[in-house]
Design a protein around this ligand. Structure first.
Ligand SMILES: *Cc1c(COP(=O)(O)O)cnc(C)c1O
Length: 302
């Protein structure tokens, strides 16, 4: 089985990810300093917030003697991919419950193919069945029917109380370094934890990549579960989802390619591109007072 050395190498605290200021006239002309928090470099196989959120859960799974992990996601889920990689590194079996039973008969897309190559068993379910996992009894039934009984259950997107505490460490790394720390949001777990780790006077700014406007309530309930109540200052900029999850219109694609070549940054398109676009637009519209130091968290890579 898995040598314990692997567990420690994967799960022990890591040095802070690099923080680097970039020169960009779209920010400088408004007196805003832009810093990139390269959390995509925090771990070679579990980039960014996926390592922050998974590491405390993997530690809990290993300590409790589970032999496997089961989790949930859509066809393009970075979280499924990270969980599959973690399972391979730790010698834990992994089962991924995937939204959309119409995918079952088709060739796997690149993201799911990588999960499978890392040994993850994929279990496709209908959208209505997938939604029912919100109820504890339905969740147990779903996990059993996926053949994952006894495995440690990581929720969709990996956002639970342990995950938020992992992300609070990201906030602590940024104390004193910026006035506003911005991050793209899926489930909002990373923002919820990040805000809790910042110092008083700093603010977290979330850019949701899904349409819908449900995220603020979700973040409050995640913080209540992890910290017993509201923690830290945060706001959302809701108008930058570009049509919804995984939608990358041509102008966003062009923006991301240009930003990447200006700053030598591989720009992940589903989350990071929307974050950087939003910050560029907000800065142009005068949303940040002159003298603001703005840190963008680069949560992943392409
Ligand atoms: C998963 C992911 C996010 C979203 O994180 P949440 O905690 O679900 O809000 C952001 N950026 C990247 C690159 C991701 O893979």
């Amino acid at each position: 089985m898995n040598p314990p050395a692997n567990v420690d190498a994967l799960l022990q605290p890591r040095p802070p990810s690099p923080l680097r200021e970039v020169r960009d006239d779209r920010f400088e002309r408004h007196g805003v300093r832009l810093l990139l928090k390269r959390d995509d470099l925090v771990h070679p196989e579990l980039p960014g917030n996926k390592w922050r959120k998974l590491a405390p859960n993997l530690r809990a799974a290993v300590d409790a003697g589970h032999d496997g992990l089961v989790t949930f996601g859509g066809a393009y889920s970075n979280h499924l991919r990270a969980t599959a990689a973690a399972g391979r590194l730790l010698g834990l079996r992994t089962v991924g419950i995937v939204r959309g039973d119409e995918l079952a008969g088709r060739p796997l897309n690149d993201s799911l193919a990588r999960c499978a190559a890392d040994g993850m068993r994929l279990h496709f379910v209908s959208r209505s069945e997938y939604r029912r996992k919100a109820e504890p009894r339905e969740l147990a039934r779903l996990v059993d029917s996926a053949g994952a009984g006894g495995a440690y259950v990581v929720p969709e997107g990996g956002s639970n109380a342990l995950a938020l505490r992992g992300c609070a460490e990201l906030g602590r790394e940024l104390r004193g370094a910026a006035d506003v720390v911005a991050v793209a949001c899926g489930t909002g777990g990373t923002l919820a934890g990040l805000a809790a780790g910042l110092a008083p006077g700093q603010r977290a700014l979330g850019v949701p990549v899904l349409a819908g406007g449900f995220l603020a309530a979700e973040i409050r309930s995640l913080q209540a579960a992890a910290f017993g109540g509201p923690a830290g200052a945060w706001t959302l900029a809701e108008d930058y989802h570009h049509g919804g999850y995984a939608r990358v219109p041509d102008e966003l694609e062009a923006f991301a390619a240009d930003f990447g070549s200006r700053h030598g940054l591989p720009v992940e398109r589903i989350y990071v591109a929307k974050l950087l676009w939003a910050l560029t637009e907000l800065t142009a519209s005068g949303a940040f007072p002159r003298g603001t130091a703005l840190a963008a968290v680069v949560t992943g890579r392409p």
